[in-house]
Design a protein around this ligand. Structure first.
Ligand SMILES: [Zn+2]
Length: 95
C-alpha cells in the first residue's frame, strides 16, 4: 500500500493510504494510525491536485467538454488548480 501526501484530519498522522473512491470520483483515504478514531475520510484537500492521475483526469474532462467549474467540483479541487494544470499541460505539449 502506498503512503500518500495527505494528513489525517483527526489525528494529523501522515500514515494515510488511498481507500477507493466514492461514486462521484472523490478519493477516500484510510488512516493507518491504530489509535485514530476516525480512520476513513474523504480526500478533499489541496494536495490532491498535485497527483498525476488527478491532473490527467482534469485534462481528460477538459477534452470531453467539461467546464472548469464542473471539473473542479467533480475532482474536489479548486477551479484555479484546474486552470493552472491545463495551462501547464498545453504549454508542454505544443512546440
Ligand atoms: Zn487518523
Amino acid at each position: 500500500m502506498a503512503v500518500v501526501e495527505v494528513q489525517c484530519p483527526a489525528c494529523r498522522s501522515r500514515e494515510v493510504v488511498r481507500y477507493g473512491r466514492q461514486a462521484n470520483g472523490e478519493q477516500r483515504y484510510r488512516c493507518n494510525n491504530v489509535a485514530c478514531e476516525r480512520s476513513i475520510f474523504l480526500g478533499r484537500y489541496r494536495k490532491i491536485g498535485r497527483l498525476p492521475e488527478v491532473k490527467q483526469q482534469m485534462v481528460d474532462m477538459a477534452l470531453n467538454g467539461s467546464g472548469i467549474r464542473d471539473t473542479a467540483r467533480v475532482l474536489g479541487v479548486s477551479p484555479m488548480t484546474v486552470i493552472s494544470t491545463l495551462k501547464k499541460k498545453r504549454s508542454r505539449s505544443t512546440k
